[in-house]
Design a protein around this ligand. Structure first.
Ligand SMILES: *Cc1c(COP(=O)(O)O)cnc(C)c1O
Length: 359
């Protein structure tokens, strides 16, 4: 069987079935049914969020966030992320302005933000890439000084804490993805978090076509999620700490193999309680990465080149130069990491990589 960068976590079938029976009994399949509301409440508690909205995916979460903050013009962001971050900005008729990343944390280089601000800048969209927190304190300071809004794409950051608070409590809005490949998932899904009541009202409206009951207030979109998706989320919810614990264990194991090699392991900033969402390794050069990848593929092991290419190089996304992001993108690989990955397999993967990068 192939070993992929991740394996979607599946709960015991009987647990999912228990929730399905509830759906069959009450026959509400979508439109904020009891399971969606239950999941929303559970998530709201663990994120300590004033408002949390379940949505159909992490991309619509970003798009609704941009709308709810009335953003128009330029949004400062980084190119070292999944395409959805930047394409939602363009889809919402704003312009992504890419600035480079910090070479250690791989998040937005806050020292370069002020230089990129123009009269058209309306917001900063930081990405907690791999679940590594952005320097939220520095971003907050800049946002206050220039009166900018802040959205965090927290698609990878489920469970990450910064200064003992959920990383989603920073900025005006945080968005999450509950896609099947993410640490916590609802098959497809996502969430929008805010502590601002006015913004929350807009999110709620936009998520359901702009109407509540029989009154039509504004334009909107269909951002809802279904009861079947919520059932998956509820079934996985009690397993979250186990999932993070097992990921941590494999991470420590990989770390022990790569210590003292030429591979660089990026690390989150101080005061982070990490969620172990990904295991990125940086090779000295792209050639060595390709060599390792070739050896791994031969054994049916499929890490992923997250994130390649650096988005600033895509012709349809306001191209610019971001040398650090471009360089790291070409040399970084995310290794298989999921709760069911055995110690043996992790050992095998690490040995293939270390021996292929030796000569
Ligand atoms: C997965 C992801 C998204 C999009 O989430 P979907 O639920 O797949 O739409 C957005 N941003 C980042 C950084 C992601 O990794």
């Amino acid at each position: 069987m192939n070993i992929n960068v991740t394996q979607s976590f599946l709960p015991d079938f009987s647990v999912y079935q228990k929730y399905l029976k509830k759906i069959w009994r009450c026959r509400q399949l979508t439109n904020h049914g009891p399971l969606s509301l239950l999941l929303e409440n559970k998530l709201k508690k663990i994120f300590n969020a004033r408002h949390l909205f379940l949505v159909s995916n992490g991309t619509i979460a970003l798009q609704i966030a941009i709308r709810a903050l009335d953003l128009q013009g330029e949004i400062i962001t980084t190119p070292f992320t999944y395409i959805a971050t930047a394409s939602s900005i363009v889809w919402e008729h704003c312009l992504p302005v890419f600035i480079d990343i910090n070479k250690d944390t791989l998040t937005i280089d806050t020292q370069q933000i002020e230089r990129a601000i123009t009269p058209k800048t309306c917001a900063i969209m930081g990405v907690h890439v791999y679940g590594f927190p952005c320097d939220v304190t520095a971003i907050d300071k800049i946002a206050q000084k220039y009166n900018l809004k802040v959205i965090y794409d927290a698609a990878h950051a489920f469970g990450t804490q910064y200064r003992k608070k959920s990383i989603t409590s920073y900025g005006n809005i945080s968005t999450l993805s509950f896609h099947a490949t993410k640490l916590f998932h609802t098959v497809e899904g996502g969430a929008i978090i805010t502590n601002n009541d006015t913004v929350a009202k807009k999110i709620s409206l936009y998520r359901t076509f702009g109407h509540i009951g029989d009154t039509y207030y504004s334009i909107g979109i269909n951002g809802k999620n279904s009861e079947l998706h919520a059932a998956m989320g509820l079934s996985i919810f009690p397993k979250i700490s186990m999932i993070i614990r097992k990921r941590r264990k494999i991470t420590k194991l990989y770390n022990s193999y790569f210590q003292g090699t030429s591979l660089v392991l990026p690390t989150p900033i101080k005061n982070t309680a990490y969620n172990y969402a990904y295991y990125p390794v940086i090779f000295p050069n792209e050639q060595l990465l390709k060599k390792a990848l070739y050896q791994l593929h031969k054994k049916n092991i499929f890490p992923r080149r997250y994130f390649y290419p650096s988005l600033n190089t895509l012709p349809y996304l306001n191209p610019s130069r971001c040398p650090i992001s471009e360089s790291i993108s070409s040399r970084i690989l995310c290794l298989p990491l999921y709760p069911e990955l055995s110690k043996n397999t992790a050992h095998r993967i690490a040995s293939i990589i270390t021996s292929s990068s030796k000569n």
